[in-house]
Design a protein around this ligand. Structure first.
Ligand code: 2AM
Ligand code: CA
Length: 262
């Protein structure tokens, strides 16, 4: 598969940081983490990965801005381009040795995401998308699932962590959906949930209160696979609101109808 120079830059950066995360995962699995404890170790792994990504991306595209989960905003001379990066999405999974986590890199041009890469180093699954050029998993073209009966659909959600969000509301949402779908899932890495929707593994996904770095690459992945993604209102923007509902056009519409009033 021949990808653009831009995608090659993003993939190279994701793979290098991915090797680092995979080494760190090995440490966690073998319990050779420092005396300060695994949480501290993971936070170092996270920061190390972000610095690698920043170094590689800034070297390849000098001047682009950078928004990362760990380091916040780093302005660049080029005000039209911004990398939106989560060096470790699915931190809790990583900490527990659950191989469902990813590096997520989006590139925004004047506020619109034009390219995305999501890479899970644990299973070497690499998702890429570029505006107008489609979405791919390890070189295979992706297309969202075509199901049009909600009771045949597998839908994933995100749940707010301890001390965050509205737990009552997420229970109302799950109770409502549980009654209507073939299966509910909760995997714990937003970028991969969206990648799974793009790949047609999941028919839909929703989660509230995310950050731009959780969403940027996933949003273009879903769109380039022919899916629909919005905030909770159905016609608003996921990246701008931090809320996500996605699926094929039909599933997206059904999820909006059910979730919006809750
Ligand atoms: P993280 O692992 O990078 O924190 C789990 O529901 C998903 O939500 C993960 O993608 C996780 O990303 C993200 N997430 C969890 N807590 C969050 C918070 N307080 N703000 C933003 N994203 C969060
Ligand atoms: Ca994240």
């Amino acid at each position: 598969m021949l990808y653009s120079a831009l995608i090659n830059v993003m993939v190279k950066a994701a793979r290098r940081a991915g090797r680092s995360l995979k080494r760190d995962l090995g440490e966690i699995e073998h319990l050779q983490v420092s005396l300060k404890g695994p949480a501290n170790f993971v936070s170092l792994a996270d920061k190390r990965a972000e610095e690698m990504l920043y170094t590689d991306l800034a070297k390849a595209r000098p001047g682009y801005g950078f928004l990362g989960e760990e380091g916040g905003t780093r302005e660049g001379a080029d005000k039209t381009h911004t990398w939106i990066v989560d060096p470790l999405d699915g931190t809790t999974n990583f900490l527990h040795g659950i191989p469902q986590f990813a590096i997520s890199i989006g590139l925004a041009r004047e506020g619109t995401v034009i390219a995305g890469v999501i890479y899970n180093p644990a299973n070497d699954e690499l998702y890429i998308a570029e505006r107008g050029k489609g979405a791919f998993l390890n070189d295979q073209r992706l297309r969202v699932a075509g199901r049009r009966k909600l009771n045949e659909c597998v839908i994933a959600c995100g749940l707010p962590h301890i001390g965050r969000g509205d737990h009552e509301q997420s229970r109302r949402e799950m109770a409502e959906l549980q009654n209507r779908v073939a299966g509910l899932r909760r995997f714990g890495a937003a970028s991969l949930d969206m990648a799974f929707v793009a790949a047609g593994r999941l028919d839909g996904y929703w989660e509230r209160n995310l950050q731009p770095w959780d969403i940027a690459a996933g949003q273009i992945m879903v769109r380039e696979a022919g899916g629909t993604i919005s905030g909770m209102l159905g016609n608003d923007d996921a990246l701008a609101t931090g809320h996500v509902i996605c699926g094929n056009e039909f599933v997206h519409g059904e999820l909006v109808k059910i979730l919006k009033p809750l």
